[in-house]
Design a protein around this ligand. Structure first.
Ligand code: ADP
Ligand code: MG
Ligand code: ZN
Length: 476
């Protein structure tokens, strides 16, 4: 088999968190009854005129600035014509020839190191509604609440060479959107959606292969699976002497395969033309200056600050800043107990492990960052052992609460009273005469056994340092 190179370019649709829709004043609030958030504009009534939402422009431009795009100070809205029941106007208002921004990039981090991924363009457009197919009453319904919700589409260069790189790019892009506060970044709910264009070529060949466009992946995991499957499928095809056809394929989550949905349409199929209802979008210098000044600290800068100001290793800084809520949690904890590396170990270790095990997000962790910091300090102060603190964390994850009060109420306070521990040590030695003999005969490895027995008797509460000291004294 020949060696193939994978080529991936991604199109991301991000829903902007504006209060109202992009071309009318309807609410964008999720969860309203069907068609409650609609008006003549977003339902495509003849003669109604769109009015551009200034906040949506602000958000699009801020994203453009965050990924080092050139902002086009004059851009155009175009009609992208197609028919679908969830698109009552018969066209989507998008940007085609002159998008709001172009030529940006972001830096991604994978096991192979850093890599720059080009961003071709960012354009603004309206979302479509939703078709709901009901098997129970054998009918289809159209809900237009989402019709007109503002989107930005972020199109990447075909710069990615593996599913890992694609996922790293998406996570990074999502983090920037969330840091900016302009998008929820929720893949499951669809506020962050990705189409993956995938092709292969024999390594060394300059020309790109024919691509398939993958849709319907609503988690990072599924994006990874879909790309990996598609790469295998294309390699098999080519190896069998067949050809990849340009088409749109849907990922079947249950079966883990991609399936042809339709032949890929070309831009000219959409009969794009400038929307006569909307003036060119002109962005003034003073707006640019104001918006640039309002940009928050972004993941890259925060990562650098964690290294330079907090003295954290590069790896910790990357992991902690990859998601805003994690970085915020970490910094809030740090404000209570200024031990960056210790707090980092806890957040990257216990907190993330617990989130992973539960498949939960940090929002579900009831233990406030301040209280996590207090727990870490309890360990340092010798009030509770590290092992017990980990269990306390697991418990408080669900309920929250003051760790010190909890530890005291549950009788988990570490025993640092020499005479109490001495009693336990004596018991253990008395109960294990043959081990004591062996130890005295030179089998020093048995120390671990004795420590373990004492810890067990104390239900994990004995101060291990003291246990070791006392054992050494008694056996020595
Ligand atoms: P559309 O999919 O709407 O026709 P484009 O032609 O601009 O739009 O391409 C969309 C995406 O496909 C871009 O992210 C681009 O990087 C990617 N792409 C283009 N050609 C290839 C290819 N041969 N292999 C993989 N990705 C590609
Ligand atoms: Mg596409
Ligand atoms: Zn409306």
């Amino acid at each position: 088999m020949r060696d193939y190179e994978v080529v991936i370019g991604l199109e991301v649709h991000a829903q902007l968190k504006t209060k109202s829709k992009i071309f009318c004043s309807c609410s964008t609030q999720f969860g309203a009854g069907p068609n409650e958030n609609t008006c003549p504009v977003c339902t495509g009534m003849p003669g109604m005129l769109p009015v551009l939402n200034a906040r949506a422009v602000e958000y699009a431009v801020k994203m453009a600035m965050a990924v080092d795009c050139t902002v086009n100070r004059r851009s155009l809205f175009a009609r992208k014509n197609y028919f679908y029941p969830d698109l009552p106007m018969g066209y989507q208002i998008s940007q085609f020839e002159l998008p709001v921004a172009e030529h940006g990039h972001i830096v991604i981090h994978t096991e192979k190191g850093e890599k720059r991924i080009g961003i071709t363009r960012i354009h603004m457009e309206n979302d479509a509604g939703k078709n709901i197919h009901s098997a129970t009453d054998n009918a289809s319904y159209v809900d237009l609440n989402r019709a007109g919700v503002p989107l930005i589409e972020i199109v990447s260069e075909p710069d990615m060479r593996s599913a890992e790189e694609a996922v790293a790019y998406l996570k990074s892009l999502r983090a920037i959107l969330v840091y900016l506060g302009i998008c929820d970044g929720n893949l499951e709910e669809g506020s962050f959606r990705c189409d993956a264009n995938v092709s292969i070529r024999p390594r060394g060949q300059e020309e790109f292969g024919t691509r398939a466009e993958l849709k319907n992946m609503n988690s990072f995991r599924n994006i990874q699976r879909a790309i990996e499957y598609e790469v295998e499928r294309q390699i098999d095809l080519v190896e069998d002497g067949e050809q990849v056809v340009q088409e749109t394929r849907l990922f079947d989550t249950a079966k883990g395969v991609t399936r042809s949905m339709r032949g890929k349409e070309e831009a000219h199929d959409y009969r794009y033309f400038p929307d006569p209802d909307l003036l060119p979008l002109i962005i003034k210098e003073e707006q640019m200056v104001k918006w640039r000044g309002e940009l928050p600290e972004l993941p890259e800068a925060r990562c650098r600050r964690f290294q330079e100001e907090l003295g954290l290793p590069g790896y910790d800084s990357l992991v902690l800043t990859a998601e805003k809520e994690v970085a915020d949690y970490f910094e809030t904890a740090l404000a209570t107990y200024t031990e960056p590396k210790k707090i980092s170990n806890w957040v990257m270790g216990e907190v993330m492990r617990e989130l992973n095990d539960r498949g939960a997000t940090l929002a579900e962790c009831k233990l406030r960052a301040q209280d996590l910091a207090r727990l870490v300090k309890l360990v340092d102060d010798g009030l509770v052992s590290g092992t017990i603190a980990k269990n306390v964390f697991k418990e408080l994850f669900e309920t929250g609460g003051d760790p010190e009060a909890y530890v005291k109420a549950k009788g988990l306070v570490q025993i640092s009273d020499t005479s109490a521990i001495e009693g336990l040590v004596d018991e253990v030695l008395a109960e294990n005469p043959s081990e004591v003999e062996r130890y005295k005969g030179g089998d020093k490895k048995l120390t671990g056994f004795f420590v373990g027995q004492v810890m067990k008797k104390s239900k994990g509460k004995a101060n291990p340092g003291l246990v070791n000291q006392l054992l050494a004294k008694k056996l020595g």
